[in-house]
Design a protein around this ligand. Structure first.
Ligand SMILES: C[S@@+](CC[C@H](N)C(=O)[O-])C[C@H]1O[C@@H](n2cnc3c(N)ncnc32)[C@H](O)[C@@H]1O
Length: 405
């Protein structure tokens, strides 16, 4: 399937399954505004344009897709320790929320192009924990900004300062990321131009067009009088999305919002001549979304709305076979990918890491060799299997730390 077929598409399904079905290195910019773990149920008021839509922001282990935890155990053993510690420092709900988030962040990192950027919109409830997840998945050197969106809240705190900002964490995939500074320049404050102009006694030849804005964005939130406001809970202003999209994408690029809500990012992307992919698990929201995309982005029927999970076209389908087994056996150095013990090849079994029933495919990348015992445990109790696997990885990590690579 050509890349175009993934874009200008609104998927109404769990973003983990949709992300898992998208090709790697596909999108230029990801903006996500997930639930913040506020322990509330949000719904749009009756009579508002978005009436009928709602989403929950309360978390427990049932929200975690255990089958998808394999990558975490395999590639980020230190993060599993970190997340486990948040259940003590904060709560079990926080640990479940962070596990739910990291599963998706790993997939977002995969679908992002090397030149791409990710903006995670959150608030101080979990921003400090989410930053640790991003540091580990994206690499701490790829952190670019902690943006403060200051929205001038009218409600006052009684025994604390009034809450009036959200946090947007910006990471890039590699140092070759794109940043379109000329698209977001703002005028110098009065007096600044002259100062810059004659810096060091030298008058500059070219009049500067403006300066790169700082990391505090002062943009009003959508009040009850705002034309843009639909009543959709937590709807964000178009102006905020426009600034982010202009800074980190070009015309024709692909912008993705995996928690798209009332499709603000998709509408802003469309208005700015970008392609887009929106995902929201709320099926009820689809009619409202279609209406907004028609009204505000002039799209009418020029886009696809589907709940079907896409199929990756960058992986070759290869059913399990003896030659697959031989390759895996070599790669795993004759060790089981669960307990880490050595076995003869005849005593190992090919396992689908993500079961086919949960969206996993017959791809080489989705296979591992397990000993009979680990394979049985995995079939019966995913978490027990992962515990064994994490223990093995931790021991490997410890060895690396003590003895070097
Ligand atoms: C904070 S709202 C996004 C608001 C959006 N930025 C806007 O301006 O309208 C979060 C959205 O994430 C959606 N959501 C929660 N879990 C999801 C999941 N696993 N997959 C896809 N969407 C999800 C909720 O239905 C909700 O609409």
């Amino acid at each position: 399937m050509p890349e175009e077929n993934f874009t200008n598409t609104l998927y109404t399904n769990d973003n983990l399954f949709i992300l898992n079905g998208l090709n790697s290195d596909l999108v230029d910019l990801i903006y996500l505004d997930p639930p913040f773990n506020t322990k509330r149920l949000f719904s749009a008021p009756i009579g508002s344009k978005a009436a009928g839509s709602s989403f929950k922001d309360m978390w427990n282990w049932q929200d975690v897709n255990e089958e998808y935890l394999n990558t975490l155990a395999e590639n980020y053993p230190a993060l599993t320790d970190f997340i486990a510690s948040t259940s003590v420092v904060h709560s079990k709900a926080m640990a479940a929320y962070l596990t739910y988030m990291v599963q998706r962040i790993v997939e977002m990192h995969r679908v992002l192009k090397d030149t791409g950027s990710l903006y995670l919109h959150c608030d101080p409830t979990a921003s400090h924990y989410l930053k640790v997840l991003l540091d580990e998945v994206f690499g701490k050197n790829n952190f670019r900004n902690e943006i403060i969106w200051h929205y001038k809240n009218a409600s006052r705190g009684k025994r604390q300062l009034a809450k009036s900002h959200d946090v947007i964490l910006c990471y890039v995939k590699t140092p070759n990321y794109h940043f379109y500074k000329d698209a977001i320049l703002v005028p110098f404050e009065s007096g600044m131009t002259e100062w810059r102009y004659s810096k060091g006694g030298q008058v500059g030849k070219e009049k500067p067009k403006g300066k790169i804005p700082d990391d505090v964005m002062i943009i009003p939130s959508l009040n009850t009088m705002s034309k843009e406001r639909t009543g959709y809970p937590t709807q964000k202003p178009l102006a905020l999305l426009q600034r982010i999209i202009k800074a980190s994408s070009n015309e024709g690029d692909i912008v993705m919002d995996p928690f798209c809500g009332y499709a603000t990012a998709c509408v802003a992307a469309q208005q700015l001549g970008r392609k887009w992919i929106g995902i929201d698990v709320e099926e009820n929201a689809v009619d409202i979304l279609i209406e907004r995309l028609s009204d505000d982005a002039g799209m009418f029927k020029d886009f696809v709305a589907t709940k079907l999970i896409p199929k990756r076209t960058d992986l070759t389908i290869e059913p399990p076979s003896q030659s697959v087994k031989e390759r895996l056996y070599k790669e795993q150095n004759g060790c089981c990918n669960g307990c880490g013990n050595e076995y003869l090849m005849k005593d190992m079994e090919i396992d689908h890491i993500i079961p086919k029933a949960k969206g996993g495919g017959d791809y080489y990348e989705n296979y591992q060799l397990l000993c009979g015992n680990c394979n049985r445990i995995k079939g019966k109790n995913t978490m027990e299997f992962l515990r064994i696997k994490i223990q093995t990885r931790k021991n490997l990590l410890k060895e690396k730390i003590i003895f070097g690579e």
